[in-house]
Design a protein around this ligand. Structure first.
Ligand SMILES: [Zn+2]
Length: 247
């Protein structure tokens, strides 16, 4: 059951994540870049945040809607997978495939396939297999969800992974907006005693967000950037147009 639908139309780029606020942390700047280039962006959160240390699922729904507005996405919705127990099951693949058939993205962004939180790395595999399933003509989904559709490109947001990115996206003009989207999650980042040993204080969020983006920016000679991994090799048609200076 989807909640919080902003619009019934399709998107060009869909970021899929386990938790509300994951996209804001790993690829919110990239969604802003793509939106500014004229593409329709969207976010699919797999869980609703009912198990979080701070705040309720209702708090997080409200905050996610505010963050979506700040990120200027055309669409955001949340599925009802159990928070803290995201599993790669047939039922869950079908739920995501139904969204993919409805929204029909060309590009899907998933979390990187290794990490600390099981929900994150499970979402990488679950999301990939849902993308595959969505393209099957004989999938057990009713036609009302839309015709079979397989995204063309799958990328992995690797900001929190200890891995060398395949490429980075320059988010310099959007770094403040990206931070504002993250700070929309007041229940997670506002100053409060609950879970204070577990959560980063709000004062540190700006510093952490900017220094991480600066690190990835330095890898490519820009100010601020977000990193991605793609499994495929890159194809080049003109060596003269290759960016990022070597020496
Ligand atoms: Zn998360």
């Amino acid at each position: 059951m989807a909640t919080g639908d902003l619009s019934p139309t399709t998107v060009d780029i869909l970021a899929i994540a386990a938790h509300r606020d994951d996209v804001e942390q790993t690829c919110g700047g990239t969604l802003l870049v793509q939106q500014s280039l004229g593409w329709r962006t969207g976010i699919l959160d797999l869980t609703q945040g009912e198990s979080g240390t701070r705040g309720t699922a209702e708090d997080r729904a409200r905050e996610a809607a505010e963050a979506a507005r700040i990120l200027r996405v055309s669409h955001r919705e949340a599925l009802d997978l159990p928070d803290g127990n995201v599993e790669n099951t047939r039922e869950n693949r079908l739920k995501i495939a139904a969204v993919l058939r409805r929204l029909r993205p060309r590009v899907v962004i998933l979390p990187y396939w290794q990490g600390r939180h099981p929900d994150h790395y499970t979402t990488a595999t679950l999301g990939y297999e849902a993308c595959f399933a969505a393209g099957l003509s004989k999938l057990d989904l009713s036609p009302e969800h839309g015709a079979p559709h397989r995204p063309y490109k799958i990328l992995y947001a690797s900001l929190y992974a200890d891995v060398r990115p395949t490429f980075v996206v320059d988010i310099t003009p959007h770094i403040e907006t990206r931070l504002a989207a993250l700070l929309a999650y007041r229940s997670q980042y506002g100053k409060q005693p609950t879970g204070s040993g577990l959560f980063v204080p709000e004062d540190d969020i700006r510093d952490r967000t900017f220094s991480t983006a600066r690190h990835y920016g330095l890898l490519a000679g820009v100010r601020y950037a977000e990193p991605f991994v793609q499994r495929e090799v890159s194809l080049v048609s003109d060596l003269m147009m290759l960016p990022v200076q070597s020496i």
